[in-house]
Design a protein around this ligand. Sequence first.
Ligand code: AMP
Length: 447
Amino acid sequence: MSFDSLGLGPGLVRAVADQGYDTPTPIQARAIPAILQGRDLLAAAQTGTGKTAAFTLPMLHRLMQRPAAGKKGAVRALVLVPTRELAAQVEESVRVYGQHISGLRTVLVFGGVSINPQISALRKGADIVVATPGRLLDHVGQRTVDLSQVEFLVLDEADRMLDMGFIRDIRKVIQLLPAQRQNLLFSATFSPDIRKLAEGLLQQPETIDIAPRNSAADSVEQRAIFVEKAEKAQLLGYIISRFNWRQVLVFTRTKHGANRLTERLIKDGIGAAALHGNKSQGARTRALAQFKSGEIRALVATDIAARGLDIDQLPHVVNFELPAVPEDYVHRIGRTGRAGERGEAIALVCREEYPQWRAIEKLLKRSIQAYEVEGFTPARIEAPAQAPANGRAQPNASERSDGAARPRKRSRGRKRSASSPGAATAPAQRPGRGRAPSAGRGARPSR
Ligand code: AMP
């Protein structure tokens, strides 16, 4: 299937070709024709599936096709998103996909920055507004935005907007919109709350469930490394240096934790920056730009700040701390392995996190290969009982062709450097299960 066959105008097909896309992704193949027909849409799709283009392309097509019916300067399409970063990304997509069509203005509206430039931009007229709900309502309060002519409402990452407590704001915004409009709701999962929201909002929607619920993309190779809590920061620095990772997105649970880890990595000589809600918008934008350009190697983020981040060909994601909600693990690792690329996700799991780790595996309905890194072996995880006398890790591990597995002797104080022969990882015994899993392929973090 080609983009030509979906019914999009030539300017949009050209923009997509400029991006190097030759085939629509599954969500695009299903959503674009439905939206072009004027249908409402309920789509379960994770980031990385091409969902932004799935709603932006047909939305632009329809806006171009039909001249504005209402007041001049009134908003015709409203895209609500949970975070500033996602707002900026969606606006960028609208710009990129709309580069060969003219006459549509897009305005970005989000908090944490001065409202005045947004007021000036809205005054000049905005066909499309990409907004976070809180700041949009500030504009409504100041009467600097007119939502009475909205033809399209898109709720992107609706599940996260609900998690972030935006439901009341969303309902307030919906009240301000005309009854006659097209509604598109995108969510990573269909939770009962999302279904409730959808029932009140959508009329006979086309329902698309692209990613099986809570499944992680096959393109992401997942691993766990068992380690003591106090050694996680040192281990992370070691892995980044040893395997010469150039770009890794690291998740912590708290803003404070993100700051601390960033400082530690910088001290270890690894260029890093923190991305979280306490940082100014300027600092967040700068950190993201430095990370995307390769100026820094590690971006240390909290869940909310990282939600929806789209970083081209991001090779590595590290769960430095496991998320409180197992579903967030899926969102986190979804930052890598996108758009057909391979990615690697490593979770650093300490003893205190075993229950969370089990909950994640239960959600994924699979167990994930776990390893230990020599020199960082956690004290209470014993070597597998069947470790052979020849000192090798365990039969199936040591049979690996790359010889990566090593005996898991605790060798504290040994020099750890990029050339250290002890750099390898070895399969770990799973917590509380009393058996060692077989070694999968690629037992060490990849380059
Ligand atoms: P999204 O799920 O919207 O965040 O998109 C994830 C990534 O997929 C973005 O970097 C897009 O540029 C890319 N992408 C979107 N559609 C396609 C396509 N049809 N072919 C290849 N890449 C795509």
